[in-house]
Design a protein around this ligand. Structure first.
Ligand code: FAD
Length: 513
């Protein structure tokens, strides 16, 4: 007997049209092509050579590896193609006050003993006046980063060598090109051209078609706005409101400049606080990326440019490029049949390398909430509501974490730093800081950023010291605690000392040795 026919012999696929071929556009196209059935969904991407991409964005979070793995991308090939290096965390220099430094690692601090998180034991030991090392000594990732060492985490979860993760520094433009080749080879249609007109349904307001400058018309069922800061569809045509967060994150400009690499590359991004913002340093294989993120209220562009150029490791490879931005987000990122992803949906300064993560998270949420292929012209609004709820969560959590870096500073007498120290905080952040101060409890989310360990590193790094801790930690007698702390720090030190240098590891991995 022939198999039952579950669907008509021919049903045109659900047409997804992505506008924009920056990192967001190509990550979105790759995710959709990699995960959706091509007989049900057809993916088209339009990009304009005339407009180009934002062209910065080099540091990532460990989640990017999951994204690449989901697509089955070969890691060594990806690293060669994008000039990538490994990243174990971010070093924050001078953020609390000049001559201060800490690392936010991709990994845990210590181990939970007796079901109680490590930081409670550490705080207790300090408060009891015991001889206890700084928190960093109990982090494998921090110690490895300080030694400029790298190797892959061990898969044996009992091993201390399994207690960290890693991300990459890479050239985001090369990554977009890499994903373009990958995606087009798997059936996505790429159109070069500039969208000049957008047609909408008179009744629903949904977008029905885009017209290019060449006159070509492209119809679709779902439109994804990846047009960068322009936000041409969601912000421009659908006029979805912008929520401005400049009062919490006053930086609104960046000057970016690559320079020659000097010496070995570090397995961490560096962020050095400045009078009116901060300077990033991102080591790639072929160059070092640098930029000064600053507030135009507190410094002139020419002064920011001089400050940046004076701090480069090697010769500048170009004139610094000025980028203007506003911190904030669109209040909805899915409206009707249009979804914004990437800079078109919002932007928060790159202090914690969150933009590419936010792209990835939106792509995964979209895949999970994708309307059925039969939904042409009638997309369930509940999908949009859920997508918007998740997007709001992501942005607000990242915002709180970024603001945390600024508030607890002792850079007295510097106008930007005086402003952020005194400003009124979002309630959600004020609550987190209060809770940590009183009880050493750090946020622990199941969805989105950041992990408890990340909060812990920045809270302690910015010298917010708890006055109390979870009293369940008292169940361990203090002498045993001393022994465990010393043993842990010893294991971290001994194991990281045996790691290869980051530069050697990258060279041999990319060479396929
Ligand atoms: P864009 O790169 O701007 O791409 C927009 C695309 O839209 C282009 O292809 C353009 O051709 C197309 N387009 C626009 N209008 C039209 C039209 N009318 N017709 C056709 N096509 C059109 N992120 C990180 O994760 N880590 C970092 O370290 C980091 N650093 C950053 C530093 C700075 C200073 C800035 C500003 C951003 C940084 N980011 C970082 C963010 C990161 O660069 C972006 O999130 C990422 O590159 C995604 O950009 P995008 O694709 O949304 O936009």
């Amino acid at each position: 007997m022939p198999p039952p026919l579950f669907r008509p012999l021919f049903r045109p696929p659900f047409r997804i049209v992505i506008v924009g071929g920056g990192t967001a556009g190509w990550m979105c196209a790759a995710g959709l092509v990699g995960r959706l059935d091509p007989t049900d969904y057809a993916v088209t991407l339009i990009e304009s050579d005339e407009i180009g991409t934002v062209g910065v964005g080099e540091a990532t979070l460990p989640h990017i590896k999951t994204f690449n793995d989901m697509l089955g991308i070969d890691e060594a090939e990806f690293m060669r193609e994008t000039q990538a290096t490994f990243k174990l965390g971010i070093q924050f220099r001078n953020w609390h006050r000049p001559d201060d430094s800490y690392i936010h690692p991709f990994g845990v601090f210590g181990e939970p003993w007796g079901g109680v998180d490590f930081q409670h034991h550490w705080v207790r030991a300090r408060q009891a006046g015991r001889d206890v090392a700084p928190l960093d000594a109990y982090s494998y990732a921090v110690t490895a980063a300080q030694r400029n060492a790298f190797e892959f985490p061990n898969e044996d979860l009992k091993s201390i060598r399994s207690t960290y993760a890693y991300a990459y520094h890479f050239d985001a433009s090369l990554y977009a090109q890499f994903l373009r080749r990958w995606t087009v080879a798997r059936g996505a249609r790429r159109i070069e051209g500039m969208v000049s007109d957008i047609a909408r349904d008179a009744q629903s307001g949904d977008i029905t078609a885009l017209t290019l400058k060449s006159g070509e018309r492209i119809e679709g069922d779902l439109f994804i706005d990846c047009t960068g800061f322009r936000s041409m569809l969601l912000g421009g045509i659908l006029e979805v409101e912008w929520e401005d967060w400049t009062h919490w994150l006053p930086c609104d400009r960046a000057l970016a400049v690559p320079c020659d690499r000097a010496g070995d590359f570090t397995p961490y991004t560096r962020s050095t606080a400045q009078q009116a913002g901060w300077i990033w340093r991102i080591p790639l294989q072929h160059r070092t990326g640098n930029g000064y993120v600053f507030s135009s209220r507190f410094i002139e562009v020419d002064d920011a440019r001089d400050t940046l150029l004076a701090q480069l490791d090697g010769a500048a490879q170009a004139e610094p490029r000025l980028l203007r931005f506003s911190p904030g987000r669109r209040v909805r990122t899915w409206a009707g049949n249009c979804i914004a992803i990437g800079l078109a949906s919002g932007f928060l300064e790159p202090l914690e390398s969150t933009s590419i993560f936010l792209v990835q998270a939106a792509v995964i949420d979209l895949i999970n909430l994708m309307p059925p292929a039969t939904a042409r012209g009638s997309i369930d609004p509940r999908l949009a509501r859920e997508f918007n709820r998740l997007s709001e969560l992501q942005y607000e959590r990242v915002r709180d974490f970024l603001v945390l870096h600024y508030v607890a500073n002792e850079r007295i007498g510097e106008p930007l730093w005086d402003y952020v120290r005194a400003m009124e905080l979002p309630d959600s952040l004020a609550h987190k800081i209060d809770l940590f101060r009183s009880r050493a409890t750090a946020p622990n989310y199941q969805y989105g950023l950041f992990s408890r360990e990340s909060w812990l590193s920045v809270l302690i790094g910015q010298r917010i010291m708890p006055t109390g801790y979870n009293r369940l930690a008292d169940a361990l007698d203090l002498d045993t605690l001393d022994t465990r702390l010393a043993d842990l720090a010893g294991r971290v030190a001994t194991n990281t000392a045996a790691m290869p240098s980051h530069s050697d590891f990258v060279a041999s991995y990319c060479a396929g040795v």
